[in-house]
Each structure stands twice: as C-alpha cells, then as structure tokens.
Design a protein around this ligand. Sequence first.
Ligand code: UDP
Length: 323
Amino acid sequence: MHVLVIGGAGYIGSHVVKALLKNNIQVSVYDNLSTGNRINYFPKASYIEEDILDIPQLEKAMSNHVDAVIHLAAKKAVGESMEKPEIYALNNTCGAINILNAMVKYGVKNLIFSSSAAVYGIPEYVPMDEKHPIKPISFYGFTKSDMEKYFAWYDQLKGIKYVSLRYFNAVGYDEDGDVKGLDKNPQNLLPILMETAVGKRNKMFIFGKDYETRDGTCIRDYIHVSDLADAHVKAVNYLQQGGESQLINLGTEVGISVLEMVKRCEELLHRKINFDFAPRRPGDPPVLLASAKKAKDILNWKASQASHIDNIILSTWNVYNLK
Ligand code: UDP
C-alpha cells in the first residue's frame, strides 16, 4: 500500500509517518515546510517539498500510484483564525478542495482527514459524541466542518471514501525521540508552557478565569500524538478493506483544565511557571471532552497510557529541554 501523507513533515504528520512505516506501509510525504521541518524526515519515506495550492505539483504527486491520502496540511490556531480568516480559507478550504479534485482526476478513492473537535462549538452536552450538533464558534472550526460537507458530496458524487478524524487536543512527542521539530511560532498551550519552563518566555497567559468550569479555566481533552498516529493507520486499513465513510472523534474522555496543566507541569518539571490571567480568547469553548466510543467500535482504537497527563508533559519536555 502506498500512502501520500500531505503535511507529513509537521508535528502530527511526522508521528503519522512513523506509525505508517512501522506498519510497513510505503509513504510519500507532500509538505511545503511552512511549519514542517526536515529534522522530522524519516529515511524510509520519500519527500516532495511543494504546496497544496500548487495544483500541477499536487497532481504530479497524486499520479504516482497512490492508494490513500492522509491530509494534515492546514493552519491550526483557533485565535489566529479569528484574526486572519482569509489565510484559513485559502489553506484549509481551497487547499483541501485541490486535494479532493486531484484525487478525482487520478482515481484515488480513500482519504483520511485531520478534522477537529472545534467543529462542535460550545458543548450542548459532554462527553461529545459524533452526533453532537455542529456549530463551530471559530473560523478554524468552520473550515473543518465545511470540508466534512464537501467530503459527503464527493463520496456521493465521485465515490471518494473518507474517515474524518476529529482530534481533540493533540499533544506529546514520540517516546523514541524520532520526532524533534518544534513549533516555530507556537499558539497552543503545551508548547507555550514548555517555552516558559525553559525560560524562552518570561511568562505565559491563561486565557480566561471565569468560565463555568471547576477552576474557572477551560477544560480540554488532551490526546497523545502517538495515539492519534495509530488511529490513522487503523483508519487507512479500514478504508482499504472497503469501509464506509465515517466521522470519528479521537480523544481520551478525560478533561484537564488549563490551570491543572500548569500546576502539573510545575510539579513534574520542578520549575516555577510564571503566568498571569488574560481575557478569554475569542473562539474558545469552555469545555471540549470526547466520547471515543465510535473510534473503539469502528477502528478498534482507544487512547493508551501514552495519553496520561504525566506522559504528555514529560515526553514534550524531553524535546523542549534539549534546546
Ligand atoms: N491557552 C492558554 N494560554 C495559551 C495558550 C492556550 O490559556 O498561551 C488555553 C486556551 O485558551 C485553551 C487551552 O489552553 O483553553 C488549549 O488551547 P490550545 O490553543 O492548546 O488548543 P485548542 O483547544 O485551541 O485547540
């Protein structure tokens, strides 16, 4: 089997590449290196350094006997998406449509897509299953939910089967140290926490302290990226064996608040994390918590011990503390 991993030099993508190679799957990576990093390259994979907005290059990659596509090349910062929607429309929406059209042209039928819990918006109930209403409150979440609608049409009209994996919060690093690329301009909690712990930042900010949660800060479901990566391998195999299209949550079913994450970092790293409270960040729901039952039922996947909060923090620290 030959899988084209678009965005395979990035943080989640390189963990996915590692998991595919471990399962003896042939991998080509297509990445523009905007956030991806050559330090994450695996000798057994081949790499095409091009952009998804470059249709001729994308079609060239797609024409090379591809069995399935895993698409992870997208902008991912909720806050930024509210300030610069045009960048998100271009990369996340136009880019994904280019991929769909290239798949149609070259007869590639199977697609794994990195979607997000951000499609749900403010929870009407928790844990959130896949039937939860789709009402994104960030432009980022909108780009993901919008693409899921395109996929349903391309399935109906062109027979493209897809598994849209709705990630909750992807965190942690490969336990063997094979992925080392750091986010160059981090906007997510864990990298910012680490940069504060190593002294690269004087302080960090916790966005919002008056949410209706147990300590007033936002609650998220943090899932280790290696667990996420394993789900992609299962999803590819599921489609290759003739599975129907699916929308599937990937989470741990455990909620951790921002303040709890900061405190646990201080305890485990034996460092003081300097922080202040700041206003709420636009686009942030108070709670995101997965029901992962469907992932278990359809893919036989569930989060492992890797996704325990201590392992998340320590595996990330191993990478950040090297620099
Ligand atoms: N967060 C924070 N300070 C930061 C970055 C993030 O308080 O510097 C909070 C953010 O408001 C959210 C949680 O941490 O409640 C997780 O945010 P992240 O950007 O990591 O992921 P998201 O949930 O937006 O996908």
